[in-house]
Design a protein around this ligand. Structure first.
Ligand SMILES: *Cc1c(COP(=O)(O)O)cnc(C)c1O
Length: 434
């Protein structure tokens, strides 16, 4: 190989270029430059042998859009690329991605460990609905990683965390947790929704699977539900075969193939698709994939502005005399400031919480008094959003769970958007005056 070729192979485009180009190319038939919405349920087979090979997973191609779709495939490749992963799979929502992940890992009777600082809906899913499937989640305070070690048992099959947690601005020591997971021979699963691959790439620190609610910053405009599972390709399923029969035992529906051995470093993605999506069906629609692809093309620009505005608003609240405390990892007084510098060097995201001196009543009054901030349950929109978690997203939790998750009665959650920062300060100031 001559030197030009060698340098071409080693050259990797920057993250900004890849948010725009990864996974997509002009349509080979029409030349359409943008990714078309392949609004089709099914795809014609070349002949009966081709059909048989597709159904046996012996060749790659499109059969039916519950399994694969060309528009969704572009998004999957783009997300895998930005995370530096081996492969990705998209689902109808972040929660669907979580379900498919655990379905691909666990059998009834298995357990996993999750951080207590999670999106409220994840805590509910893990606590109640997963329990009915025979999967037990043990929540621990991962701000002290020693708590994880003491919770691992022979039944533990995975560790789950949000590196930048929703809602409390908590940052977990990812590298330390990855070492523990690795030592125990179980995968570390990171929900990277609030950080996005622009702010943090968990595989770099030893994570094995990354999950996204693409509903949030990836699609970025509050238009489309979606989720993604990304696989690093580094986890040794075969070496830990006693723990993961779902990955290493022959699958009767596919003539006895084993996902870990047949597909190697993208075996998990294949399992989640060829069994999980096939049998449960929470696939992403091609239209939602299109909106998400389009939104992601400005991810790098949006995230810069999100964190810049968040920093300004956090500093303003921090010195405001109606505010009791601000929990934002970008403030030097935050206990998570140093971890944020390490794992989120470009900024500590744009979702954080603060407490009003007036407590519960003042909090309710505040969310009802903003004009520019929208009072709703979402994050990662271009618009700034305000919410009282205790009465909404974290409503179904117990008081103790709410306090542990940083969503107690006095807590207000903000998701800072892309508006003029002075306007955000003005709106919060007038609302607090009321
Ligand atoms: C929203 C969210 C989810 C759930 O995603 P949906 O797309 O709403 O199903 C999971 N994790 C985090 C961190 C979230 O913010």
């Amino acid at each position: 190989m001559d030197e030009t070729n060698a340098s071409k192979i080693q050259y990797q485009y920057g993250l900004e270029t890849r948010t725009i180009h990864a996974g997509s190319r002009p349509d080979p038939v029409t030349g359409a430059r943008n990714t078309p919405i392949y609004q089709t349920t099914a795809y014609t087979f070349d002949d009966a042998n081709h059909a048989a090979d597709l159904f046996n997973l012996q060749t790659f191609g499109f059969i039916y859009s519950r399994l694969t779709n060309p528009t969704v495939a572009v998004l999957e490749e783009r997300i895998a690329n930005l995370e530096d992963g081996r492969a990705a799979l998209c689902a109808s929502s972040g929660h669907a991605a979580q379900f498919l992940t655990f379905f691909s890992l666990l059998n009834p009777g298995d357990e996993f460990i999750a951080s207590q600082n999670l999106y409220g809906g994840s805590i509910t899913q893990f606590t109640h609905s997963f329990k009915r499937l025979g999967w037990t989640c043990n929540f621990v305070d991962m701000t002290n990683v020693e708590n994880i070690k003491s919770s691992i048992s022979v039944k533990t099959k995975a560790i789950f965390l949000e590196v930048l947690a929703n809602p409390g601005g908590v940052v977990i020591d990812l590298e330390a947790v990855a070492k523990i997971a690795n030592g125990a021979g179980i995968p570390l699963i990171v929900d990277n929704t609030l950080a996005t691959p622009f702010l943090c790439q968990p595989f770099k620190w030893g994570a094995d699977l990354v999950l996204h609610s693409t509903t949030k910053f990836l699609s970025g405009h509050g238009t489309s539900l979606g989720g993604a599972i990304v696989e690093s390709g580094m986890f040794d399923w075969v070496g830990n075969a006693d723990k993961f029969p779902t990955m290493t035992e022959p699958d009767p529906a596919y003539h006895g193939l084993t996902f870990a051995e047949t597909f190697g470093d993208f075996g998990f993605t294949m399992k989640a698709r060829a069994v999980g999506l096939r049998d449960f069906g929470p696939c992403m629609s091609p239209a939602n994939a299109f909106y998400t692809i389009t939104g992601m093309e400005t991810l790098h620009l949006r995230m810069l502005r999100h964190v810049e505005n968040a920093q300004v608003v956090a500093e303003f609240l921090n010195s405001h005399n109606s505010v009791d405390w601000v929990s934002y990892a970008g403030l030097p007084k935050s206990p998570y400031y140093d971890l944020a510098k390490k794992y989120l060097p470009k900024g500590a995201g744009s979702v954080f919480t603060f407490g009003l001196k007036g407590g519960y009543e003042a909090g309710v009054k505040l969310v009802e008094s903003t004009n520019l901030f929208s009072h709703l349950a979402n994050v990662g929109d271009t618009r700034s959003l305000i919410l009282h978690p205790a009465s909404t997203t974290h409503r179904q939790l117990t008081d103790a769970q709410r306090d542990a998750a940083g969503a107690g009665p006095k807590v207000i959650r903000l998701s800072i958007g892309l508006e003029t920062s002075d306007d955000l300060l003005y709106d919060l100031d007038q609302a607090m005056a009321q």
